[in-house]
Design a protein around this ligand. Structure first.
Ligand code: ZN
Length: 463
């Protein structure tokens, strides 16, 4: 039986990157985009081109070098934004313009100060304009998001959705911008749109749920159950405030429970853990230990009775294998007798697939290190990889230092509250201390990036 295919729209580089402490530079975004390509996502939202020159450049460079997935650029519903997004997407093999405009009365009244009529007109005009930019020979790929859809008057939402589809939108996303909705309610909303909107079959309906009440994944699945065929989500669930729906949780919920969610995605699930690790390493925002699928404890069994069961048959306490999501086999210890192959595999699992030449270099340093410290932990390996990647002269002969940008291994202690402006992308507001198993991440208070954030404040609304 053919299962309906759900498109995975990853917005780690846009909505995720907007969240405090998760900024990435262009090079880092490009690296993550390449990993998202390996992961098999259908759409990569690469940024918000008009928000800053850095965002523009990131979208442009990702569009030029990541060719398989659709590359989307976000734009507010006005010609200037749409044109800028289109400009950034020029080199893309499969460009998508993603236009958004708030539709809830509270946003119309207090944020945009426009009437519903004006809102409808503006949404329709922006979609029409975006569509007009695509060459006639290709099918225009335009997505529209009515921001704060879940707090929008439903008849008005239906009117907007109908208008943008008539204007040429090929995907209509229904954002729960503020993380307010409940699963049954959200599912019902998606169903209502299918029942009430004329022409809805011409567009793909998408979910975009925030996690303020911890329901982003449940809401997204409810949306899919009621007819949505695209899910917007992020690696590790990063995003505004409490975050977005977590990509790995959505994908694995469908894979582990096809009896309840009989849908397919094109995600290569064994790339989930490497993607999660790469994001944590780039942003230096650690994954919470009990995070579903990708947390350090997600496959750890400590209680004796559980260990006993697992040893007899893993199915007693595991609903999926660690290998199926790319979690390294903890029984595979890396030491001086380990070969190149085991090292290559572990590097890949940590989000660093290496070409032969780079691997030789890592291996050379690894052997020197393994000779000294017997068991090479992931944190040691990451430091070594970082040395090689940055062309650092370190020869691996010293014991791994504690001062470098290791991904935090355990407890996180904030020296002072991290301001909304703290940008951990700049090296290094983070200072690491402690031993490998018990690292403490100290983040000094800083407001050096507040200006940049102030500049972008109006964009932080997003969808
Ligand atoms: Zn969002």
């Amino acid at each position: 039986m053919d299962r309906p295919r759900i498109a995975i729209f990853d917005t780690t580089l846009r909505d995720g990157e907007q969240s405090p402490g998760c900024s990435m530079n262009v090079q880092e975004k490009l690296r993550l985009a390449q990993q998202l390509d390996r992961l098999g996502v259908d759409v990569i939202e690469a940024g918000f081109p008009i928000a800053s020159d850095g965002d523009f450049e990131a979208v442009q460079r990702i569009a030029a070098s990541v060719r398989r997935p659709i590359i989307a650029g976000l734009a507010r519903a006005c010609a200037g934004d749409v044109d800028r997004a289109w400009q950034a997407l020029q080199g893309a093999a499969r460009p998508r313009i993603h236009v958004f405009l708030a539709t809830s009365d509270i946003h119309l009244k207090y944020k945009l100060r426009i009437t519903r009529e004006r809102c409808l007109e503006q949404a329709r005009d922006a979609v029409r304009h975006a569509k007009s930019l695509f060459p006639k020979s290709v099918c225009a790929d335009v997505e529209f998001s009515p921001e704060d859809a879940t707090r929008t008057d439903i008849p008005f939402l239906c009117q907007v959705v109908e208008a943008v589809i008539a204007a040429g939108a090929t995907t209509v996303n229904i954002p729960d911008t503020v993380g307010y909705t409940m699963p049954e309610e959200y599912g019902q909303l998606i169903r209502t749109l299918h029942e009430k909107v004329a022409g809805i079959e011409k567009a793909t309906i998408s979910t975009h749920c925030h996690n303020d009440l911890g329901l982003a994944v449940a809401n997204s699945l409810a949306g899919v159950h009621h007819g949505a065929r695209q899910v917007e989500c992020t690696i590790n669930g990063i995003g505004e405030r409490a975050g977005n729906a977590s990509l790995e949780e959505i994908v694995m919920a469908m894979r582990v429970r096809p009896d309840r969610y009989p849908y397919e995605t094109a995600v290569a699930s064994e790339q989930l853990y490497p993607s999660s690790q790469m994001l944590a390493e780039i942003t230096r925002v650690p994954v919470q230990p009990n995070k579903a699928i990708t947390g350090r404890n997600a496959f750890a069994h400590e209680a004796g009775i559980h260990q006993d069961g697992i040893l007899k048959n893993p199915l007693t306490y595991e609903i999926m294998t660690p290998q199926s999501v790319g979690v390294p086999d903890s029984r595979l210890v890396l030491g001086k007798h380990s070969g190149r192959h085991a090292l290559a595999l572990r590097c890949e699992q940590l989000g660093h697939p290496f070409e032969r030449r780079e691997l030789d270099e890592v291996y050379r340093k690894f052997v020197v290190l393994a000779d000294r410290i017997k068991k090479v932990q992931d944190s040691h390996l990451l430091e070594l990889i970082h040395d090689v990647a940055s062309g650092n002269a370190s020869n691996g002969e010293g014991a791994p230092s504690q001062g470098k940008k290791l991904p935090p291994a355990a407890a996180v202690t904030l020296a002072r509250p991290v301001s909304a402006a703290a940008n951990c992308n700049e090296a290094h507001p983070a200072h690491l201390s402690g031993s490998a198993g018990q690292t403490t991440l100290m983040i000094p208070f800083t407001d050096r990036h507040s200006e940049q954030h102030r500049e972008q404040e109006e964009y932080l609304w997003g969808v």
